[in-house]
Design a protein around this ligand. Sequence first.
Ligand code: HEM
Length: 443
Amino acid sequence: MSASVTTAPFEQIPTVRRNDDAMYDLPAWMARMAQEHGPIFRVAVRPDFQPVYLVGPEANRFVLHTGREHFSHDRGWSPIIGPQFGHGILNMDGEEHARHRKMMNPAFTIAYMARYLPIMNEVIAARTADWTARGEVDLYEETRRITFDVAAAALTGLATGPEVDRLRELFLTLLHLDFDPQRETWEQVYGRLRAAREELHTLLLRHITARRAAPTDDLLGFMVAARDEEGRPLSDEQLLAHVDILLIAGHETSTTMSAWLLYLLAVHPEYLARVHAELDGLPGDHTAPITLEQVKAMRVLGNAMSEAGRLHPPVGSGPRGVVKEFTFGGYTVPAGAQVRYSIAGAHWLPDVFPDPERFDPDRFAPPREEDKRTPYALIPFGGGPRICIGVNFAQVEIKALAAHVLRRYTLEPVAGQRIAQIYPGIVGAPLGGIRVRVAPRGA
Ligand code: HEM
């Protein structure tokens, strides 16, 4: 935004108090705050922590693209993930980030997805095979097992089994702090987290050492083989941080988006019928594993996936530390401030997405194409040069999973549950689960 207009100082940016809605109803709350106060306001999380929120397509364009030199990912993300997961690609800046992203990029091109899809199909088929026998499943729990197995196998070459199950449990301990003050002191909680981190890293280091001895052509293999300008390999610490972030980012978010997609389709039978018609009309063998061509052709399902990501974005906001003063929306924000671009809030602005609370995947189909009409409006994967590196991976996996399940099963949500996306921090999830009854399709 232009600096020539009169600007107000940082202290005058409106400050709003965080209430329960910010955790249990984040997208609607953020959008409401933006409508009441404008696209820039501070949220009083604690007396000593009041980050500046920037909300809306213009704000997203500024943070993610045109004004990105004002922001540091390291200073935004490291206070949140650094203590547990170190310094990986998500929280690097500048030259260092560019070098590491270049090293990983080849493993995330759409062409490379043809290599991952058979792994995805295999895990999906194995993990869903007993759903009808079990009769009732929690979609959130099931999709986590699937996406974690897929990330472990595709990115690091670890095969599904007890070791990968243990890895998943360890990440879960570190990600979703389960603290009951009646049972534990903070000392004990920290001890538990330390032990989980140590076990996780011992386990992963064993595999890193094995890869050094016998390199493979998966992403971990690329990283082990990579050399910097002076011919030095990545250190154990760097490799661990990358693997940590890739396994977390590679499953936590896809878990949430797939669980919501399946649930939203289960409660919108008319749209589900159109997805079934699309699946039934796909060229090729319908009993064989899904192909990349079929995945690409699933537009009706793809729009439902976009709508799941708009309504309940797995990542609620993107944190940044300000490294160079900037002006936005009439206010000046100095270096040293904490900023978040709000994914959740941007997705629920009614002037961009009319009736934002409504599940309406056709908003992404011609002629409406609400996302294309306003660039940087739909940003579940972030945007600009630092857009999610796993966007292709996630979209192929989620569509393959949904198509496999919808072809075989009908899902009926169990009555009486409260299903909600909860945001204890940056990342949201249906933490109470989404229980559904499963029956064979056509039964
Ligand atoms: C539905 C699934 C996913 C969602 C919603 C999602 C969301 C996001 C978002 C919003 C960002 C940008 C954060 C920022 O601007 O600070 C991001 C970055 C990232 N994501 Fe994803 N993601 C998903 C799946 C994946 C997968 C499958 C992988 C890996 C296999 C992955 C790896 C990463 C990495 C490494 C970054 C950092 C990229 C960089 O800064 O260069 N994500 N993701």
